[in-house]
Design a protein around this ligand. Structure first.
Ligand SMILES: Cc1ncc(COP(=O)(O)O)c(C=O)c1O
Length: 364
């Protein structure tokens, strides 16, 4: 987490103006103001109507709550289109909604050779029966950023709505929700230097009409419809500060820095004999996240060796079970995933490459 976000959380819990909202006394009024201020900041970060900003525990919980409500609107014969590029948190919630409503859930494959998602793979599944299209902002495993605009257009042309999982996308790029024209977009502030929490933005008309699961006394207007129970106000204080930090820093600048650090990582991995890189091999249409394997070495052993050399990476499927399934790597340990963020340096990358080079040569 970035210092200003940690400080904002600390200040809120220790500042004395931290009552639960909804009261007529100063501390409660200050809390209500914090929540509304944070919706405005988040709206500014994503160029979105603040009236559609809903806070929650994390992307997965928000998505399950969302699809549970959507399921109430689905009928047998309806269709939901997803992709195999997605994290399971944008697959299973939709599968469950379809299973409970009798709708059909279909997944578009990506191109395993290039790690890209040809838009026609998704568009050809979108037809008159389609009610929702759920796509990745970016793949958390391969880094692939699909071409969202034609998919959104195709969905809207048949009256379907679009839900974007932007968890792996938001930390690396400027997202303009108004320009995208998407109906709902979800992401997790803990991926952009804020606290563990989730944000789901949806079109205010969708928010007003969705048959959400809520208790009777809670508000039936605005984001409060979707925010069950007492909000995590301390996290909301941290989100406000983290979002302001991103606005000030500018995602263009963060992205340019990350790309400059990522480029030697990608070209370095591609140049080592015995290393196989999954996902796009070029700098375009991707986030600075690389997925790879070393011939003859288990991904878990690679990440353990890297941990020894003070490089923190993940191995396995990273919950992108459809991705490793389509790549045929589900039973052999998945991949090693190395991601660049704002605090990673060129030295870190060189340390990673030296270890991978050694393992590719010696197997250890
Ligand atoms: C692309 C993507 N979607 C969804 C999730 C789940 O997010 P959360 O932990 O906020 O539920 C993750 C988590 O890493 C992710 O990378």
């Amino acid at each position: 987490m970035v210092d200003v976000s940690i400080q904002a959380m600390t200040d809120w819990v220790s500042g004395g103006s931290n009552g639960c909202g909804g009261g007529r006394f100063a501390a409660a009024i200050a809390t209500d103001q914090l929540v509304e201020r944070t919706r405005t900041t988040v709206g500014q970060l994503f160029n979105a109507d603040p009236a559609g900003v809903c806070f929650g525990a994390n992307m997965t919980s928000l998505t399950f709550a969302f699809t549970r409500a959507v399921a109430e609107t689905l009928r047998p014969g309806d269709r939901v289109v997803g992709t195999r590029l997605d994290h399971d948190a944008n697959v299973t919630p939709w599968a469950r909604a379809c299973a409970s409503s009798g709708a059909e859930h279909v997944l578009a494959p990506f191109d395993a050779a290039t790690g890209t998602l040809p838009v026609e793979n998704v568009i050809e599944l979108i037809d008159e029966r389609t009610k929702w299209v759920a796509i990745a902002g970016a793949s958390n495993l391969l880094g692939t950023v699909p071409d969202h605009a034609p998919i959104i257009d195709a969905a809207h042309a048949v009256g379907a709505r679009v839900y974007i999982d932007a968890v792996a996308w938001a930390p690396h790029t400027t997202i303009d929700i108004a320009a995208l024209g998407v109906d709902a977009l979800v992401n997790s502030p803990y991926k952009w230097y804020g606290p563990h929490s989730g944000i789901l933005w949806m079109q205010p008309d969708l928010l007003a009409s969705l048959p959400v699961f809520k208790v009777r006394p809670s508000t039936d207007a605005g984001p409060g419809r979707f925010e069950t129970g007492m909000p995590n106000f301390e996290a909301i204080a941290g989100i406000d500060a983290a979002a302001r930090f991103l606005i000030e820093e500018s995602l263009e600048r963060i992205s340019a820095y990350e790309q400059s650090i990522f480029e030697p990582l990608l070209t370095g991995l591609l140049s080592i004999d015995g290393v196989h890189v999954y996902g796009p091999h070029g700098p375009h249409g991707r986030t600075p996240t690389a997925a790879f394997r070393i011939d003859g070495v288990r991904p878990a052993d690679v990440s353990a060796a890297l941990a020894n050399d003070k490089v923190a990476v993940w191995d396995g499927h990273n919950y992108a079970v459809e991705v490793v399934g389509q790549l045929g790597l589900a039973d052999s340990g998945g991949v090693v995933r190395a991601g660049i963020s704002r605090y990673i340096t060129a030295d870190d990358v060189q340390r990673l490459l030296a270890t991978v080079d050694r393992m590719a040569t010696t197997g250890r």
